[in-house]
Structure formats: structure tokens, C-alpha cells
Design a protein. Structure first.
Length: 367
């Protein structure tokens, strides 16, 4: 009995025999060495977050013929938010494949393709729909390397987007990163800048384990410079703003809220350091702890729900690793424990705002 994945990449098909232990039809093992990642060229201040993601996919696919894209409307329509627009014309429907509206099929197909030699990028329109593919992601993709004793990996990237800002309501606006962060075996990246959108996605497409790559729907049109130099290493946080009075820890869109709040706080004599985690798994607590050891105060700002969310884990780790340096208890500012409302004003009130970050930071400083 053979399982055949028939995307005709590089004019070959890969068969895996499930019956004979010594069958020559063995799955391709991990260890593929990608071409050296190049530079995107000169920095372009007019590049959008969406364009940076598209450029990362394009550059990676030009270098590595095993990369394929699959998902709902990723081909002719160009993806729900236009990230894959035009890629069907360059790479053809053998490498950019529209799929049925079935998240379990999209992720399950990607897992099988990754196990048998391809490097798939599966796109889900909204992270809210990952619930339909949790078995494929959590029980298959995240576990296979361990269950096969390291003989085979699942080098795939699951791209999706989440967060508020478009009145998508309760089923199209969630931030579910804590679920992924809680699952051993999954990498998790959440870029906040144009440069990180490019470099983190490029790097994700060289890893031999599954990566959940979560974008924010509110960042796609954001413009910024796509810096050609390599970004920080995978799993390394970045200090976006230096400060000596308190530390604001965040990721994705909330980084920009923290930076705006820090600028306002500076006018009142409070210098906040802003840390962008960039990836949540691996989680760079060294950078966070070093900052907190200098400032003595920490606040974690996230868009996901407060209860059992990302901020709970980071706050607990700060207490464990930097307790002796804390002048005040760690504060958390996260999304409300409610379904996201469709009303724009209620939606804004369900997640942290710049004003709330400012007022909470002042409370932390006892101002």
C-alpha cells in the first residue's frame, strides 16, 4: 500500500511504502540544506508588511523548488489579504494550489507533503479556523519527529492572521497564539515589522520542524523599510526602544502601541524600554530578564485573552528569573476575556490601547 503525494514538483513523485520495513521507498529524511538566504536588495521605505511577506515567499521559492503553497484562494485570488497575489503566474498551479474550503485537508495535506520531501506553506484565511485542523497540527505535525525517533521531520509553515481592527467579530478576530505556544514541537513567529515579516518568514522556510507563522490583519498595509541586512537570529527578541524606568514586553501589533505609549510617557519623564519578542517559541527570556534587571519594573502587553494567555506565561517567567530585581509586581495588560464584539468601538475596548498602556505604566511607576 502506497501513499502518493502527486504535486509534480521537479517532475518527480514521492512514494512511501507503509508495509515493508526495508522497502527502498523510504521517506526523505530531514537534513535538507537550503540555498543561502540572500538579501532583498536595497532597503525600500515604501515596502508594506504584505509586500515583504510576498517577497519572502517569492525569494524562497526561487531558491528552493521543494516549496509549495496551498490554501483557499491562494492562487487566482492571491490570498485572503493579497499576500500571494501574482505568485500563481510565476510558479504555476503545481506550486501554488487552491484548495477546497477545508482547513483539516489543507493542514493534513501539508503534513503529508512535508513528511515526503516537500516544504509546504499552508495558508489559513483566519487563525480562528485553526480549530478545525488542531488534530493535524497538534497531534501530527508537532509530534512526528518525536514519534519517529528523529528520523523524519515536518518542515512546513502554517501561515495565518489574527487580531482585531476590522470588525471581524467573534469568529474572525481572535488571537489564539497561546494555544500554539502551549504545544511542544511547534515553532511560533509573530513579526511586528516589515523587516521581520521578510526575514522571519525566510528563516521559517529553512527549518526542519513545523512553524506557525501568525501575521496581524492590522499590519498588512503598514509601510516600513525592508532592511537588506539579516535580522536577529531566530528566537532572539529585539529591544525596539531603550529606557531605564520600566520594561514593556510585547509582540506583533501591540509593539507599535507600546512604542507610541513610550513616546508619550517620555514627555512626562518616564523612559520605557520596549521589547519585541518576535517569536514566542522559542521564547527569549534572557533579553527580557536582562532588561527587567536594569529597570526593576515590567509590564507585559498582549492582544490575546488575559486568562491563561501569553502574558501569564511571560509574567510568571519574569517572576521566576528576575524576582530579586523587581521593585514592583509584574503587571499584565491583555485582551478582555470576552468574544470580540463586531462594533468598532466595543472592539477597540476589548484589547489594550495606547491610552491604557500609558495609564497602566504610570500605575507601575506609582505616578
Amino acid at each position: 500500500m502506497y501513499l502518493l503525494f502527486s504535486i509534480p514538483i521537479a517532475k518527480k513523485k514521492i512514494a512511501v511504502c507503509r508495509e515493508k520495513k526495508n522497502c527502498p521507498c523510504k521517506p526523505i529524511l530531514v537534513g535538507w540544506s537550503p540555498a543561502k538566504i540572500g538579501d532583498p536588495g536595497k532597503g525600500n521605505p515604501e515596502t508594506t508588511y504584505r509586500e515583504a511577506l510576498r517577497q519572502a515567499l517569492t525569494d524562497s521559492m526561487r531558491r528552493d523548488p521543494s516549496i509549495v503553497i496551498l490554501g483557499e484562494e491562494v492562487g487566482k485570488y492571491g490570498g485572503a489579504y493579497g499576500v500571494t497575489k501574482g505568485m500563481l503566474d510565476e510558479f504555476g498551479d503545481a506550486r501554488v494550489r487552491d484548495t477546497p474550503i477545508s482547513e483539516e485537508v489543507i493542514v493534513g495535506t501539508a503534513v503529508g507533503a512535508a513528511m515526503t520531501g516537500l516544504r509546504p506553506v499552508a495558508e489559513l484565511m483566519y487563525v480562528d479556523f485553526v480549530t478545525l485542523a488542531m488534530d493535524q497540527l497538534v497531534n501530527q505535525a508537532a509530534k512526528i519527529r518525536y514519534m519517529f525517533g528523529g528520523q523524519i521531520g515536518v518542515p512546513m509553515v502554517l501561515r495565518s492572521q489574527g487580531g482585531t481592527g476590522r470588525s471581524g467579530a467573534a469568529q474572525h478576530s481572535q488571537s489564539l497564539e497561546a494555544w500554539m505556544m502551549h504545544t511542544p514541537g511547534l515553532h511560533l513567529a509573530m513579526p511586528s515589522t516589515v523587516t521581520d515579516a521578510y526575514h522571519l518568514l525566510m528563516h521559517a522556510l529553512t527549518l526542519n520542524d513545523p512553524v506557525v507563522f501568525l501575521e496581524h490583519k492590522g499590519l498588512y498595509t503598514m509601510k516600513g523599510e525592508l532592511k537588506p541586512e539579516r535580522a536577529l537570529p531566530w528566537g532572539k527578541a529585539e529591544v525596539r526602544r531603550k529606557g531605564g524606568d520600566c520594561t514593556l514586553v510585547s509582540y506583533s501589533r501591540m509593539v507599535h502601541f507600546c512604542l507610541d505609549a513610550a513616546d508619550s510617557l517620555s514627555k512626562e519623564g518616564i523612559e520605557a524600554e520596549v521589547i519585541d519578542l518576535r517569536t514566542l517559541h522559542p521564547l527569549d527570556m534572557d533579553t527580557v530578564s536582562e532588561s527587567v534587571s536594569r529597570t526593576g519594573r515590567a509590564m507585559v502587553v498582549t492582544e490575546d485573552c488575559l486568562t491563561a494567555g501569553v502574558s501569564a506565561e511571560i509574567s510568571a517567567r519574569i517572576m521566576e528569573e528576575a524576582f530579586d530585581f523587581l521593585e514592583e509586581p509584574v503587571l499584565r495588560l491583555s485582551g478582555e476575556d470576552i468574544p470580540i464584539p463586531v462594533s468598532p468601538e466595543l472592539e477597540k475596548g476589548s484589547v489594550p490601547s495606547v491610552d491604557r498602556i500609558i495609564s497602566t505604566a504610570k500605575m507601575l511607576m506609582r505616578r
